[in-house]
Design a protein around this ligand. Structure first.
Ligand code: MGD
Ligand code: MGD
Ligand code: SF4
Ligand code: MO
Length: 882
């Protein structure tokens, strides 16, 4: 067996991974040496090996519907881009890239667009993710810098988590924080309009009013000032704008009092203010609940203000901490992948533009920022951009107003998509599809949330014709006539050049300095251990913590507190609408193109659910698990409801994950208004008015099949099981069952049948060559159908006993229906755990672990296990399998 050390493909925690392989075997383990995770992985990381099936991959370049060899594809891309530039100028071309590219890929994309094509039109999905944090950092510190380090979570006495569901979105950091709490009693405050699994370790949860963050942190600032918690010496010497920021905060105090009263959170707010004021070592971690808002940048500065005012920055155990989402969100920001940044943390100033042009020897240097994501797709829609190259992102699902994005792509004369997976929603609009290497094949670097650069190392041969993204772009740049500037044959050459640019004419003026790597050789690159920046040439070691000396990269070396005022949030409840909040589930990643392939990850939340408060559900006559339509003028979704007091009245929540391959109508992005923050242009994904209505379905169904089948019903959602696909269905008319029966019967040579489509109750099994091929259960009530047993029948030939029991949906044997999966690592289901708790009188998470193994893997499910114990803190609603 061989071991290769690499980095997880998913979140910004940036966990080190060991891939141990040999023959057909592949084992994925946490890297005990990596500073981010010290050997831990979450459910998604542990299932990385299950997402590598070659069936789902895009294997060859496809131009205008035909597979072609690489040289033809490269020529097609180069000539179409060139023709567009020649006719309409460089600004008619755009790249839309991603925080899931490696730094080396990103560097080549940025150089090609900004230095050679000659436009600023390269933007990234980080615009949807981190751009408010970037804008906030630049306003406060003069550069886009996360000053702290993960060790601060081990050393803090108070950790404030705002707009973050850390338990589900950054599970390994959550586990680390939990361990710190157990060890030293760290106090934890969670600020989130809904109650999430993250609240499980919270001493205090403030169910803030949506959009109330500037108000809350403004109130905190005023409190810190009034109670003398702000040391004047620090703010006098190191901070500008103190007085103005305090004045702005005080001006909003009355509003905070009123809003807190209305929301019923006055006491919680007071307790939070006291705790912050009296604790020196405070880390405030923030994520999408802060960034994805029409005032996201102001929210970031409202948080940073409180740390600057009180000297709680630049020292161990304290500081504002922007948690990044994607594995290389930081690397992308470093190379300049945002349209408003130039390169290596430099802006489009005349001086920097000239510097970068000389460094690149660029013939067509862009001199002004390009279009930012929402604006970019608007320009595609209006025909101002005529060619777009989309890499490692799925905007037809993930952009706000995704319906308009689809229309824009369908009108665009040249759409090029590079992806590792075939058949994504975005690829439907592509004229040219390019097969990119996936996680296990690629080599390069990524930067995580705490500025640690880690190597991603490939350990398997590329599937089909797949190439690394940097290779694809290098070939295109060469075909466009810029071969001299794009001579790359190995990622180390690109990394060296990127490092050299960060150090070029730097002289200490830009903290992003990787000068120590400007001459790195291939062997050192190959063995590079996780390393932080800054790491200038000649430095003995990288700098772990920034701003320790109170010196900031602004012209006068002082940080800036920003006077921010609360903005009126989107009114909730106006004209009977509910406010839609969107976000993530524990075991799915974004648009599910990869996590959707791992059967271990589909059991936790098999379907997209609309979380809704019991009061709203009662008013709208919606029962738990009932089907609902969520709509507004832009789009719609048809999902099932989950009634829960985790959600505040008037507010609902939908996951962002389901795409058109996985569900009939559940793309949340189609509902989101394209409202953006004025500074960062980041869209507001967390507050969109929608109407919710109960839907009456005549029948429900379960369809087990070997391949994805087209189904005629209003509702369907598809998940992968170990040996087949399971499509959950519901429809308004029995005629749909009959139609389905007809399609299925075509070409079938042997089948078993029970019931009658006309009465709305039908069970059908198709058998091919002695093996179960397709199985349909349609009816009003499917409770008791044993999904685990039925799916196990797809693994081998059917025996007589199986045939007899098949249509009853239950085995007579010992097989046990696990229920929805709670522990993904060991595939333990809710029913299994509940049974064990009841039968054996288990009363702790440890006892559940000893008996069922649940919770003993990555630990991500521990909050859910607690809720299954005899005296749960809170009643949890369950969603059954059918
Ligand atoms: N499992 C999983 N993990 C992921 C990802 C994934 O797809 N799946 N994606 C990764 C990426 S790219 C990202 S960006 C991160 C995102 O990580 P998070 O930001 O933690 O995740 P979200 O679920 O988008 O939103 C966080 C919380 O913000 C809350 N919120 C909504 N409105 C407000 C508000 O007005 N104020 C406050 N204070 N809170 C509010 C929401 O209720 C939600 O619980 O996760 C990363 N990790
Ligand atoms: N409603 C709602 N929408 C949101 C959000 C939200 O909270 N709510 N959050 C937003 C945020 S924070 C983010 S980050 C975005 C994420 O949104 P997307 O970036 O659209 O999501 P992914 O599914 O990660 O898309 C990545 C694509 O790249 C492919 N891919 C993976 N690795 C590689 C590679 O190495 N090379 C290439 N060429 N392709 C690769 C994958 O197969 C997939 O198709 O969604 C945003 N949209
Ligand atoms: S926390 Fe999970 S998803 Fe994030 S990097 Fe670590 S293993 Fe990967
Ligand atoms: Mo993100």
């Amino acid at each position: 067996m061989t071991t290769r050390t690499t980095t997880c493909a998913y979140c910004g925690v940036g966990c080190g991974v060991q891939a141990v392989f040999g023959g057909d075997r592949l084992e994925i383990k946490g890297d005990p040496e990596h500073p981010a995770n010290a050997g831990r992985l979450c459910s998604k990381g542990l299932a990385l090996g299950d997402t590598l099936d070659s069936e789902s991959r895009l294997k060859a370049p496809i131009v205008d519907g035909s597979e072609v060899p690489w040289p033809t594809a490269v020529e097609a891309v180069a000539s179409r881009l060139k023709a567009t530039i020649d006719e309409f100028g460089p600004d008619a071309v755009a790249f839309y890239v991603s925080g899931q590219l490696l730094t080396e890929d990103y560097y080549v994309a940025n150089k090609l667009m900004k230095g050679f094509i000659g436009s600023g039109n390269i933007d990234t999905n980080s615009r949807l993710c981190m751009s408010s944090a970037v804008a906030g950092h630049k306003r406060a510190f003069g550069a886009d810098i996360v000053p702290g380090d993960y060790t601060d979570f081990d050393e803090a006495d108070l950790v404030v988590l705002t707009g973050s569901n850390l338990a589900w979105c950054h599970p390994v950091l959550f586990q680390r924080l939990k361990a710190a709490k157990e060890k030293r009693g760290t106090k934890i405050v969670v600020i989130d309009p809904r109650r999430t699994e993250t609240c499980d370790i919270a001493d205090l949860h403030i169910p803030i009013m949506p959009g109330g963050d500037t108000l809350l942190f403004g109130g905190l600032l005023a409190h810190l000032d009034a109670t003398g918690a702000a040391p004047t010496a620090y703010s006098d010497n190191h901070v500008d704008g103190y007085v103005e920021a305090i004045e702005a905060a005080k001006a909003d105090l009355e509003k905070l009092t009123v809003a807190a009263q209305e929301r019923g959170i006055k006491e919680e707010i007071n307790a939070f203010f006291d705790l912050f004021a009296k604790t020196e070592k405070v880390v405030t971690l923030y994520s999408m609940g802060v960034n994805q808002a029409k005032d996201g940048t102001d929210r970031v500065n409202a948080i940073v203000n409180c740390h600057l005012a009180t000297d709680r920055i630049g020292r161990p155990g304290m500081g504002p901490f922007s948690m990044t989402g994607q594995p290389n969100a930081m690397g992308g920001r470093e190379v300049g992948g945002l349209a408003n940044m130039l390169a290596a943390h430099m802006d489009f100033t005349p001086e920097a533009t000239d510097r970068v042009a000389r460094f690149w020897d660029a013939p067509n240097m862009a001199t002004k920022p390009g279009r930012r994501a929402v604006d970019m797709f608007d320009a595609i829609h209006d025909g101002r951009i005529k060619a777009v190259w989309i890499m490692a992102t799925n905007p037809a699902v993930s952009m706000p107003n995704a319906g308009k994005v689809r229309k824009a792509l369908s009108r665009c004369p040249t759409v090029i998509v590079s992806d590792c997976v075939a058949g994504t929603d975005t690829q439907k609009y592509a004229h040219i599809r390019l097969p990119a290497q996936g996680w296990s094949e690629k080599d390069g670097t990524v930067t995580n949330s705490d500025r640690t650069i880690s190597r991603q190392r490939g350990f398997s041969a590329p599937v089909g014709e797949a190439r690394a993204d940097w290779q694809i772009m290098t070939a295109v740049a060469q075909a466009m006539g810029w071969g001299e500037a794009f001579p790359y044959t190995h990622p180390v050459q690109i990394f060296r050049e990127h490092a050299a640019l960060t150090a070029f004419e730097n002289g200490g003026s830009r903290p992003l300095d990787l000068g120590a790597f400007a001459d790195i050789n291939s062997v050192d690159y190959e063995t590079l251990a996780p390393t932080k920046w800054p790491f200038p040439k000649g430095a003995e070691a990288p700098q772990k913590r920034l701003f320790a000396d109170g010196i900031f990269p602004t012209p006068n070396r002082k940080a800036r507190m920003i006077a921010v005022r609360h903005q009126q949030p989107v009114k909730k409840g106006a004209d009977g609408t509910l406010l839609l909040n969107t976000g993530r589930y524990r075991d799915q990643w974004h648009t599910m193109t990869r996590t959707g392939l791992a059967h271990k990850l589909t059991g936790h939340r098999a379907e997209p659910l609309l979380d809704i408060h019991p009061r709203d559900a009662a008013r709208l006559a919606i029962a738990d698990k009932a089907f609902v339509s969520v709509r507004n003028d832009r789009g719609s979704a048809t999902v099932r409801a989950r009634i829960t007091t985790d959600q505040a009245p008037g507010e609902v929540f939908l996951p962002m994950h389901w795409n058109d391959q996985c569900a009939a109508d559940a793309r949340t992005g189609s509902l989101i208004a394209p409202i953006v923050d004025p500074h960062s242009a980041q869209p507001a994904f967390k507050a969109t008015p929608v109407r919710v209505q109960a839907l009456q379905m005549a029948w429900k169904g379960l369809l087990f099949s070997r391949s994805a089948l087209t189904v005629p019903s209003e509702y369907w959602s598809r998940t992968k099981l170990e040996s087949c696909l399971l499509t959950r269905l519901a429809g308004k008319s029995f005629a749909q069952i009959a139609a389905l029966q007809d399609t299925l019967l075509e070409g079938a040579d042997e089948w078993l049948e029970m019931g009658d489509a006309g009465t709305g109750s039908l069970r059908l099994a198709f058998i091919r060559d002695g093996q179960l091929d397709t199985l349909l259960f349609a009816g009003e009530d499917l409770c008791g159908v044993n999904i685990d047993w039925l799916s196990s029948l797809f693994t081998g030939p059917l025996d007589d006993r199986d045939r007899q029991l098949l249509l009853a949906g239950r085995s007579r044997g010992m097989q046990f229906d696990k229920g929805p999966i709670v522990c993904s690592c060991y595939q333990v289901g809710r029913k299994q755990i509940a049974e064990a708790v009841k039968a054996q009188g288990l009363c702790s998470v440890d006892a559940i672990g000893r008996t069922t193994a649940a919770g003993t893997g990555c630990g991500s499910c521990i909050p859910e296990l607690k809720a299954l114990l005899p005296t749960p803190k809170k009643e949890k609603e369950t969603v059954d399998a059918a």
